[in-house]
Design a protein. Structure first.
Length: 303
């Protein structure tokens, strides 16, 4: 199976040298494609040292789903791997390990394990531990009875898709504010493909979001679940998974002797919930206010 690896970029000069050097040393060959949203720094200059496959789009045309689809349609690979600019392969086997899952013909998509960068705050570290354990598994549509909306979980930071499966679900559509991975995962499951999690395919990737950033991120997730209401309708509401996460995070803080951060824990999760509910009801607000609450204000210019 031929492989294409796609990296969407914007002002990525601080990430690319180390990232592309690491990709150059991978144990398996692949076509490298950079799709850049008209960076204002030296991103494309650096990229040209590693690949001739560079697609440049206007910044206002960037779309979480549509931009990935644009690059994927121009890629030649049977397997399409997506990697964000701020993710870093753990070792030389990272790409090989994720694509080997497609030896199973029922697998339509795979996502790898994300390890936190050392400087990540405790909340960012727990998120990685909660979502990306050390045990691989495969999910099918029938698993929604047990795992609900988490059944369709994927990751846009490090994932791989069977090209024929993307074609079958009519690719990842344009116009998604966030959640292009969950959208694709849900579509894959409904098309009778499986989703695999590969704990052996690892990258470093994490964030230390502020409380305000968490609010804005969950506002956008609320918008996504409202606009794509068929996903929670088919797989279950996100609140159920949220309760499990909150319990896990509290236990994590206690285990790591970080009880002094419990007040922050309550404030942080309260703001997440508020952001999510406001996002679900975004149509009641003026666009000016919406753009202040959203992590992706430019997206609303198309709305």
């Amino acid at each position: 199976m031929s492989i294409s690896l796609i990296i969407p970029t914007y002002n990525a000069e601080s990430y690319l040298p180390k990232l592309l050097d690491t990709l150059k040393s991978q144990s398996i060959e692949f076509e490298l494609i950079i799709i850049d949203s008209s960076s204002k720094d030296s991103t494309t200059t650096i990229a040209k040292e590693y690949t001739n496959n560079i697609i440049i789009i206007p910044q206002h045309e960037f779309d979480h789903g549509g931009t990935r689809t644009k690059a994927a349609k121009e890629a030649s690979g049977d397997i399409i791997v997506f990697l964000t600019q701020d993710a870093l392969p753990y070792n030389t086997k990272t790409v090989e390990n994720i694509v080997k899952n497609f030896e199973n013909p029922k697998v339509g998509a795979v996502y790898g394990r994300q390890l936190p960068y050392p400087q990540t705050n405790p909340f960012g570290k727990h998120l990685r531990a909660f979502n990306y354990g050390n045990t691989s598994y495969i999910r099918t549509l029938e698993d929604k009875k047990e795992f609900g909306i988490k059944t369709a979980f994927l990751s846009d930071s490090f994932s791989a898709y069977r090209r024929s499966a993307l074609e079958k679900i009519d690719w990842i559509k344009d116009g998604l504010i966030v959640g292009e991975d969950s959208y694709a995962g849900a579509k894959m499951l409904l098309a009778e493909y499986s989703i695999a999690y590969c704990a052996d395919a690892k990258v470093y990737h994490s964030h230390s979001y502020s409380i305000l950033q968490e609010f804005r991120r969950y506002f956008d997730i609320g918008v996504f679940h409202k606009e794509e209401s068929w996903i929670p309708k088919e797989f279950g509401k996100a609140e159920g998974e949220g309760k499990r996460y909150i319990k896990s995070e509290l236990n994590y803080l206690l285990k790591e002797r970080l009880s002094y951060r419990i007040p922050e824990f309550f404030l942080r999760n309260g703001m997440k919930y508020l952001g999510y509910k406001l996002g679900q009801n975004h149509k009641f607000f003026h666009k000016f206010l919406i753009k202040k609450m959203s992590m992706h204000p430019l997206w609303w210019d198309k709305w």
